[in-house]
Design a binder for this molecule. Structure first.
Ligand code: AMP
Length: 284
């Protein structure tokens, strides 16, 4: 496995792989790798001949007062996971390589970045879309792998690739969960055992949503009210949003029908946690 620290070195390695006719897979991450990331790496290794993982804590997707500085950066452990996972190249750029002193070109995906996390993290998706566009241009992969855990991010990236005619396929893989249902996240490290227990209510609220919809309830207000009740069982949980939206355009629904995304964002202690499920409701 190669660890590439510069844009030029990644390009040279990918060019060589491509000249051998290899299918190039790419897994962009911020590091602090866990079983969620590993599921993406495994899929990429299975489906592609040459796999690149990037590890870059992207400053432009963090807002003021967010956890950019304290975001975990266990590089040696991450490299070990990649090595064991069969990754060919780990790309670890510095912020200076990714951004000039003043970055003048930004990717703004409209509308679908406004609801859900977009409301609570202004500028976040501009940072995400911009860094992904840069990484896609650097790596030149055939396929990039993302997790359903960050549902809005996956929708935004798919749309950016589609709108800008970027020549790569986006694959979105299911959310990996701990026992008890909590979605695995690098930010779970910020939680005490007690807070982690409380955090299980997030998945419990999503399961309640699934049950109600499967029982034929089509009223988003009634369902989100029940979800909120479950989340309020833990005083440590501060709800940011509980929403049921169209899974493609992320707009609010009056009635639940078609492919819907039920999404939750909460704060527990120092952590901001998100989770979601997608349900496909057949038209009656
Ligand atoms: P991050 O390092 O948090 O930027 O995440 C890198 C990629 O891993 C993103 O595509 C995430 O959606 C994905 N990911 C993070 N957590 C999980 C999880 N629990 N299950 C599946 N994918 C995940």
């Amino acid at each position: 496995m190669e660890t590439a620290k510069t844009i030029e070195s990644v390009r040279v390695l990918v060019k060589a792989a491509r000249s051998e006719g290899k299918k190039i897979g790419f897994v962009p991450t911020m590091g602090a790798l866990h079983v969620g990331h590993i599921s993406l790496i495994e899929k990429a290794v299975k489906e592609c001949d040459f796999v690149i993982v990037s590890i870059f804590v992207n400053p432009t997707q963090f807002g003021p007062g967010e956890d950019f500085e304290k975001y975990p950066r266990p590089l040696e452990a991450d490299l070990d996971i990649c090595r064991k996972g069969g990754v060919d190249v780990v790309f670890v750029p510095t912020p200076e390589q990714m951004y000039q002193a003043e970055n003048l070109t930004w990717v703004n995906v409209e509308k679908i970045t406004e609801p859900l996390c977009g409301r609570f993290r202004p500028g976040h998706f501009r940072g995400v879309a911009t860094v992904c566009a840069k990484l896609f241009n650097i790596v030149g992969a055939d396929v990039a792998y993302f997790g359903q855990k960050d549902a809005q991010q996956a929708v935004v990236i798919r749309r950016m690739v589609d709108d800008l005619k970027m020549p790569l396929e986006i694959v979105v893989l299911p959310t990996v969960r701990e026992d008890g249902g909590l979605a695995v996240s690098s930010r779970n490290k910020y939680l005490t055992e007690e807070q982690k227990k409380d955090a299980r209510l997030i998945y419990k609220s999503l399961q309640k949503c699934r049950e109600m919809i499967e029982a034929g309830n089509t009223d988003p207000e009634a369902i989100t009210a029940e979800m909120r009740k479950i989340l309020s069982q833990a005083p440590s949980i501060q709800i940011e949003y509980v929403s049921i939206v169209d899974a493609e355009n992320l707009q609010k629904l009056d009635k639940i029908i078609g492919r819907v995304l039920a999404a939750v964002a909460v704060r527990i202690g120092p952590a901001r946690l998100i989770d979601n499920i997608v349900l496909d409701i057949k038209k009656q």
